[in-house]
Ligand binder design. Structure first.
Ligand code: ATP
Length: 446
């Protein structure tokens, strides 16, 4: 098997999309005139992987995707075709676009351990171009790049991912006719909502019912018309087939690590570093506060602190506590965050940047159910006053007294279990609760 892995072809302003380049390469490899393989001269594409890497990487254009085409054909020919496509399609006029291509010829189960490890690290850490270049050399892979060649990091990660990852999901992507790129997409929203309902829950994040938004239709200038994500190939194909829209120029199934939470690592607040994503247990230490722009913040306090290695890279994280944020685009999720109270025990998930954890989901483990308040007088019902330091409280009118604060039940607008951002704010790699496998009750957004 030949693996054709690529990354970094698009530009924020100029459009393009690496999934499209991969799809074009697959098309050309399959074409009898250009490809060669076992049957009728056409190479057989087995699958195309769409792998989301560390969402905290600053070089990304949007979703930090890298691609790998698994194909049965001659590696030299695959390399030549892929390189020609990259040279013609990659938006290298944008200096931030640094395409990379890596081609390997070995069976899928012979992907080296070092490439597999590289894939996991590319999803969870920051890597250097030199690391990728050294690995490419060590394994004698064919490679090509433009600009600084940063794209080789993603390409190598996409190559290694097939060995390293499990629990793959699927996305059926429909592409637009090139003359329409950059124009408003013509997609019938009603048909999207109806198809989404029929495919749910196996197909997820197709729409956001709360926001009445067709999440599967992007707003960027690139070639994608819509992308349907789900647990199995049949469902995503079926949902895509139910959508009425402008003509679909081509359509392609991708095997992905989207919706898997593979970016999250277990951690403790004391040890977190910027640029990584975590699951962190802690106790809410400040009342959630809504700041300018509608962003909601609170402090999460850890159980313990350590002064382990890595302190310099931890940004503003002070070791004992960390600020957590639900930003305005997370919409109704912010109401769940605002419902937290000091003392609640939670597990918070998200990426840490500049010392702040950007919440993707959280689990309520233990809710504070009562609060201590100044007692009221049993005779007149008025709030008592302090009788002096450590002297309890008393009612001036009735001369009644109380030894200390009273404990009253607290009405909570939150239950135990997992809460998540709505589909319109989901990160590609984040796992929707509807997919299951969580360790507590789930409060699913759809
Ligand atoms: P595209 O559609 O072009 O793939 P994108 O949002 O996926 O858009 P890229 O343009 O690919 O973003 O930019 C991401 C860049 O960061 C790539 O060059 C990739 O190789 C590199 N990269 C990805 N993961 C890491 C990592 N963990 N450490 C360092 N660099 C990384």
């Amino acid at each position: 098997m030949t693996v054709v892995a690529l990354d970094d072809t698009d530009s924020r302003e100029r459009g393009m999309c690496t999934t499209y380049v991969a799809s074009r390469i697959a098309e050309r490899l399959c074409h009898p005139a250009t490809g060669e393989g076992s049957e009728g001269g056409a190479a057989c594409v087995r699958r195309i992987l769409l792998v989301r890497l560390n969402p905290a990487v600053e070089y990304k254009t949007r979703g930090n995707a890298a691609l790998a085409v698994h194909v049965d054909c001659d590696p030299d020919r695959a390399f030549a075709i892929a390189r020609a496509e990259l040279e013609s399609l990659a938006e290298t006029a944008d200096e931030r676009t640094n395409p990379g291509l890596v081609v390997a010829d070995h069976p899928a189960d012979a992907i080296p351990e070092s490439a597999a490890r590289f894939a996991r690290r590319a999803i969870r850490e920051h890597l250097d171009i030199d690391d990728a270049a050294a690995l490419v050399d060590r394994h004698g892979y064919r490679s090509w790049h433009a600009g600084d060649g940063r794209g080789r990091i993603g390409a190598l990660a996409a190559l290694g991912s097939w060995r390293e990852l499990e629990g793959w999901t699927y996305e059926q992507i429909a592409y637009r006719e090139p003359q329409r790129w950059g124009t408003t997409r013509d997609v019938d929203a009603e048909s999207v909502f109806a198809a989404a309902d029929r495919g749910y829950p196996e197909a997820w994040d197709t729409v956001d019912r709360g926001e009445s938004e067709t999440v599967c239709v992007p707003h960027t200038p690139g070639p994608i018309l819509y992308g349907i994500r789900g647990d199995d190939p049949e469902t995503v194909r079926r949902v895509a087939a139910g959508i009425e829209s402008e003509p679909v120029a081509s359509s392609r199934l991708f095997v992905t690590n989207q919706g898997t939470d593979v970016h999250l690592r277990e951690g403790s607040i004391a040890d977190v570093r910027d640029g990584r994503a975590y699951r962190l247990d802690g106790r809410v230490a400040s009342e959630p506060e809504t700041r300018r722009g509608g962003h909601v913040f609170f402090t999460l306090e850890g159980e313990s602190s350590s002064d382990g290695e890595g302190n310099q890279e931890r940004g503003d994280v002070d070791g004992l506590s960390i600020e957590c944020a639900a930003f305005e685009p997370t919409k109704r999720f912010r109401d769940r965050v605002r419902a937290l109270r000091v003392g609640d025990r939670i597990t918070a998930c998200g990426e840490v940047s500049d010392g702040t954890l950007k919440l993707e989901k959280f689990a309520v483990r233990d809710l504070v159910r009562s609060e201590r308040v100044t007692p009221t007088c049993s005779d007149c019902g008025r709030t008592m006053e302090s009788a002096g330091r450590n002297q309890g409280y008393r009612c001036r009118e009735c001369d009644t007294d109380a030894p200390g604060k009273a404990e009253i039940p607290l009405e909570r607008d939150l239950e135990e279990g997992w809460y998540e951002v709505p589909p319109c704010a989901r990160r590609h790699i984040a796992k929707p609760l509807v997919r299951g496998g969580f360790d507590a009750q789930t409060h699913v957004e759809r």
